[in-house]
Write a protein that binds this ligand. Structure first.
Ligand code: F6P
Length: 344
């Protein structure tokens, strides 16, 4: 058996730990592994693959990024792409695919399995919004970076008595904002799932000042819905899966300006951006990546095509890829409510 492994979509810490786990488990069964370079793009055109053996992956666990490279490529977008993908699978003798990625990458894997191409998935996204799993690879490291930043911003905000607006990632779900904001002591959290207003933020800030808190930390997810912000301009082209570039919303900056304008309090913005996706994975992400990476190869061994290993109640189990990509897993509102208890 020759297994092709790829990483697709945005990178996240823990991808290399997952690749390592796939290779080790595959060798345990006596299977070969081919690394597919740059996600699904590595199966288009002439194709771009390279053999992966234990020696290639033995020391990559602590590395952020992905040794295979990643892109946001939809190989099912055109008939030509489909043909190239199938021809490359044949050319390279790939008998099974392990696709490590978020909802876009996994939807492709689900579709391939439905077309009869042997494929399984591995759940990765720092947004943590894949359905049917309690955690995705990359989230824990990303949110740890957010908390590290909030701890630092707290001290400088308090020194200057400023309002600090912190923009974090989170396209459709506010996991990073809510968990980061809760652990980092935010005074207001704006997320995609719960529309809010600048008026509410200002009210919270004013109330906090009256109650004696002289500075504020406002966490805003890049996909937050803030209904009384001035209209957004055209955000430009979308990616291969139809997503807009949310950094172009500059939502953190717009929130900070609006708060300063309405309250007269000096407000500054910090956009954490890709810092959240960089660096060495935490213990949690290493362990999760290792567990689901090994489990994905077990699924291949059992020929359970179209499945995805997930973490539920701290146990690894398998669900259908189709179910996992059917919808985004939105934030646990009990955590959001818990965070509100600690608003200024
Ligand atoms: O999909 C994960 C994510 O981190 C989103 O939160 C964010 O909108 C997007 O990736 C940004 O990705 P990139 O900058 O690589 O296009």
């Amino acid at each position: 058996m020759r297994i092709g492994v790829l990483t697709g979509g945005g990178d996240a810490p823990g991808l290399n730990a997952a690749i390592r786990a796939v290779v080790y488990r595959a060798e345990f069964y006596g299977y070969e592994v081919l690394g597919i370079v740059d996600g699904w793009a590595g199966l288009l055109g002439e194709g771009n693959v390279r053999p992966l053996r234990r020696d290639d992956v033995a020391y990559i666990m602590p590395l952020g990024g992905t040794i295979l490279g990643t892109t946001r490529t939809n190989p099912l977008k055109t008939e030509q792409h489909r043909k190239e993908l199938q021809a490359n699978l044949k050319k390279f003798g790939i008998d099974a695919l392990v696709a490590i990625g978020g909802d876009d990458t996994l939807s492709v894997a689900a579709a391939l399995a439905e077309m009869g191409i042997p494929a399984v998935g591995v759940p990765k996204t720092m947004d943590n919004d894949i359905a049917e799993t309690d955690y995705c690879i990359g989230f824990d490291t990303a949110v740890s970076t957010v908390v590290f930043a909030l701890d630092k911003l707290n001290t400088t905000a308090s020194a200057h008595r400023r309002v600090m607006v912190v923009e974090v990632m989170g396209r459709d779900a506010g996991w990073v904002a809510v968990v980061g904001g809760l652990a980092g002591g935010a005074d207001f959290i704006a997320i995609p799932e719960m529309p809010c207003t600048i008026a509410q933020m200002c009210e919270q800030i004013a109330g906090g000042r009256q109650r004696g808190k002289p500075f504020n930390i406002i966490v805003v997810a890049e996909g937050a819905k803030i209904t009384d912000l001035p209209e957004e301009f055209d955000l430009g082209a979308t990616d291969a899966f139809g997503h807009m570039r949310l950094d172009r919303r500059s939502i953190g900056d717009r929130v900070a300006r609006e708060i300063e304008c309405r309250t007269g309090l000096e407000s500054r913005v910090t956009v954490l951006g890709h810092l959240q996706r960089g660096g060495s994975p935490t213990v949690f992400d290493r362990l999760l990546a290792t567990r689901v990476g090994v489990a994905a190869v077990d699924l291949v061994h059992e020929k359970r095509w179209g499945y995805l290993p997930v973490l539920k109640d701290n146990r690894i189990t398998a669900v259908r890829l189709r179910e996992a990509v059917a919808h985004n897993r939105t934030v646990d509102m009990s955590l959001y409510d818990l965070a509100r208890v600690f608003y200024a």
